[in-house]
Ligand binder design. Structure first.
Ligand SMILES: [Zn+2]
Length: 168
């Protein structure tokens, strides 16, 4: 169990992304040959033979649409892997241990947003051996600022969105 909840892409959003992604492109499915694609719908790597797609996703825009926030220029979109069909997509496993994609040594940004959707800082996180504790510390530090409403965890090298954590 983790102190904070890593939120996957919501099922209703996935349904839309499987038709047209947040960049307006049609979803192009393919079969994961070797697997390992980090799936943002189930927060686990793809298994060989699963049907997946790389789509553009705008997490802040999606969140803002639900909350009425107006992130303006802070809105951005980027590539994420998802299951191409709902059939293989059961969402994150209940009771999964630790945070997803938490390989020690990997570099992440933990970017903070306020309730209006503006960036209010962030930090670099090199995932330590005790990965869960490292993430917990980074999230606790972010939410110690009362302005912070949510954080996005992203890979440093590709800039791709991993998951969202909201103020508990
Ligand atoms: Zn999935």
């Amino acid at each position: 169990m983790t102190t904070y909840t890593a939120r996957p892409i919501a099922p209703d959003v996935l349904e839309e992304l499987r038709v047209t992604d947040d960049a307006g492109r049609p979803c192009a499915a393919y079969t994961a040959e070797e697997g390992g694609e980090p799936l943002r719908c189930c927060l686990r790597p793809a298994r060989p033979g699963e049907r997946v797609a790389l789509v553009s996703y705008a997490p802040l825009r999606r969140w803002a649409a639900a909350t009425g926030a107006a992130p303006g220029a802070y809105d951005e979109q980027g590539p994420v892997f998802i299951h191409a069909g709902a059939g293989e997509c059961a969402g994150p496993q209940a009771g999964a241990e630790g945070y997803p994609f938490a390989r020690p040594g990997a570099l992440r940004t933990v970017r903070r947003y306020d309730a209006a959707g503006r960036i209010v800082g962030g930090r670099l996180l090199e995932i330590p051996q005790a990965a869960g504790e490292g993430f917990d510390r980074a999230f606790a530090e972010a939410f110690a600022d009362p302005e912070v409403a949510l954080v996005h965890v992203r890979a440093v090298e590709y800039g791709c969105f991993h998951f969202e954590v909201r103020r508990p």
